[in-house]
Design a protein around this ligand. Structure first.
Ligand SMILES: [Zn+2]
Length: 335
C-alpha cells in the first residue's frame, strides 16, 4: 500500500509551531526549502536540462539562472504560488495553518493569524490552497489480499423555504481501507486493532447496482475483499472481480459495529464535519466538500504530504501543476 508516496527523509517537516518557526524563519529559508523540495538532486534547468549550481541574483531571491543557457527559472513556476506578490513565508505559514488546523478556517481568522493587512490577500491564498484540496485523489485504493468496507449513507441539509424537516437528502457512497495494527503497537486502542486507511467518497444518484458498484469500480482496485451489508445493490460485486462478503445487518447496530465499524466511523466524522461548515452544505457543492474531507482524512498521518500538495511542490508525477488544477478538464471532475 503506497499511501505515503511523497514521503521524503531529506526534507524535515515541523510537528509543532516552534519547530515550524525554526524551519521557516524568513524568506531565504522558505526559498531554500522550496528549491530543495522541487530539485532534490540539485537544480536542473527546465530548458536545457543542464544540472549544476545555478547563478543566484541577490536582488531576486526567487530566481535561479542556468549557467549554460542563462535562462531564468522561477522557484514558484508551476506551483500554487506562481505569479504571486505575497512573500513565500506567508504561503508557507498559510499552508501549514490549513493542513494542521481544524478545517473550515475562515478568511477572517486566516487574515488575523497571518497578520495580513488585506482581507482580499487572505481570501485569495485560502482559495488557492483549497483548490488543491478539492482535486479528487484519482488512484484506486487497496488491492489483492486487502480489505475494504463499503456502504452508503444519506447526507442532508435543511433547505430554506421548504418547511420543517430535512430536505434534499443526498446519497453518499463510501469505501475505506481496513488496516490492522500490530499487537505491539501502543496506539492499539480498539480491541480489534483495526483502523482506517485511505477513503473514497462520492455522491451517487441512487442506491442501484449501477450506481453503487460503479462507484466501487472507480474507487477500489480489483481483487480487493469488499465487506458490505446485504443490500442488493452490492450483490454483483463478486462478478466484477472483487471478493465480496455481504453481512446481514437487518438494522442491528451491534452487527454493524462488528462488521462495518470503520466505514461508519468515517460517515460519522464526515457528518460532524459537514454540520460544522456553514450549518450544512448544499447538494451541488457536496462533492467538492467530500473531496476536501477525503484529502484531509487520507493525509491525517502525513501533514508533510498535505503541506507540499497544497503548495504544489510535491514534485514528481503525483502533483499537478497549478495550471492543470485550474484547467477545465480537472475542474469537471468535481463540479
Ligand atoms: Zn539552461
Amino acid at each position: 500500500m503506497a499511501i505515503d508516496v511523497l514521503e521524503r527523509d531529506d526534507l524535515p517537516f515541523p510537528r509543532s509551531l516552534p519547530e515550524f518557526q525554526r524551519l521557516f524563519p524568513n524568506e531565504a529559508a522558505c526559498a531554500a526549502y522550496l528549491e530543495h523540495a522541487r530539485w532534490s538532486g540539485g537544480f536542473v534547468c527546465p530548458r536545457c536540462a543542464t544540472s549544476g549550481e545555478p547563478y543566484r541574483i541577490s536582488t531576486r531571491p526567487g530566481v535561479l539562472r542556468c549557467r549554460k543557457c542563462r535562462r531564468d527559472t522561477s522557484l514558484t513556476a508551476g506551483t500554487v504560488m506562481e505569479g504571486t506578490h505575497t512573500p513565500l513565508s506567508v504561503w508557507c505559514w498559510a499552508a501549514y495553518l490549513v493542513t494542521s488546523q481544524t478545517p473550515g478556517i475562515s478568511a477572517v481568522q486566516f487574515q488575523r493569524q497571518l497578520g495580513l493587512s488585506c482581507y482580499e490577500t487572505a481570501f485569495q491564498i485560502l482559495h488557492k490552497l483549497r483548490v488543491g484540496m478539492v482535486r479528487p485523489d484519482q488512484d484506486r485504493i487497496c488491492g489483492a489480499g486487502e480489505i475494504v468496507e463499503a456502504d452508503e449513507t444519506y447526507v442532508g441539509g435543511r433547505t430554506r423555504g421548504k418547511g420543517r424537516g430535512v430536505h434534499d437528502m443526498t446519497i453518499v457512497a463510501g469505501a475505506v481501507e481496513v488496516r490492522q495494527r500490530t499487537r505491539s503497537s501502543s496506539l492499539n486502542k480498539r480491541k480489534t486493532g483495526r483502523y482506517a486507511g485511505r477513503v473514497r467518497l462520492a455522491v451517487v444518484p441512487d442506491r442501484s447496482a449501477k450506481s453503487l458498484c460503479g462507484f466501487i469500480e472507480n474507487a477500489v482496485a480489483p481483487s480487493t475483499t469488499i465487506i458490505t451489508d446485504d443490500w442488493s445493490g452490492y450483490a454483483s460485486l463478486a462478478t466484477r472481480n472483487y471478493l465480496h462478503t455481504a453481512v446481514s445487518e437487518r438494522g442491528d447496530v451491534q452487527v454493524t459495529e462488528t462488521f462495518l465499524p470503520i466505514i461508519h466511523l468515517v460517515f460519522s466524522n464526515l457528518k460532524t464535519w459537514l454540520r460544522g461548515i456553514h450549518h450544512g452544505v448544499s447538494p451541488q457543492h457536496l462533492q467538492a466538500y467530500l473531496n476536501e474531507f477525503t484529502f484531509r482524512f487520507n493525509r491525517r498521518f502525513y501533514p508533510f504530504n498535505a503541506f507540499r500538495s497544497l503548495l504544489g511542490i510535491a514534485g514528481d508525477v503525483t502533483a499537478p501543476t497549478y495550471a492543470e488544477l485550474y484547467s477545465k478538464k480537472s475542474k469537471n471532475h468535481y463540479i
